[in-house]
Design a protein around this ligand. Structure first.
Ligand SMILES: [Zn+2]
Length: 133
């Protein structure tokens, strides 16, 4: 994953009953590398999540269904890590263009050859007509 791209993060801290939670919205335009043709591949991300900050399993059970539990343990939890986790979850396991890009590279290789062919066509603009007549 490259570190190019814009990342927009909105976080709201709130409380659901006794449980504090973070409501987050991340939007980003990431630049991934397609694993098939190795070309850049823009990947828009739009994630919403609700993280219930919990201390133990009892808290997890009390969490509403649409909350993901986020266990606060020791002091080795950092918000950036948490956001990175959310972001990684939203990424495809293998980044790949949706269209068939498998001949991308071959096309580039044969560009020169195509140019030669085009020149030949220009030299014989009436060859198609000849065929018709
Ligand atoms: Zn590709």
């Amino acid at each position: 994953m490259s570190d190019q791209g814009e990342l927009d993060v909105e976080l709201t801290f709130d409380r659901a009953g006794p449980i504090p939670f973070i409501e987050g919205h991340i939007t980003a335009e990431l630049q991934l590398k397609c694993q098939r043709c190795m070309q850049a591949m823009p990947h828009p991300v739009d994630i919403r999540f609700k993280l219930g900050l919990v201390l133990n399993d009892e808290h997890i059970e009390k969490l509403p269904d649409d909350f993901e539990p986020y266990m606060l343990e020791d002091d080795n939890n950092h918000l950036p890590d948490m956001l990175e986790d959310e972001l990684l979850l939203a990424l495809p396991l293998v980044a790949m263009h949706e269209f068939d890009c498998s001949d991308y590279l071959q096309q580039q290789d044969s560009d020169q050859q195509n140019e030669v062919e085009k020149v030949e066509e220009k030299e014989n603009p009436f060859s198609v007509l000849k065929d018709l007549l």
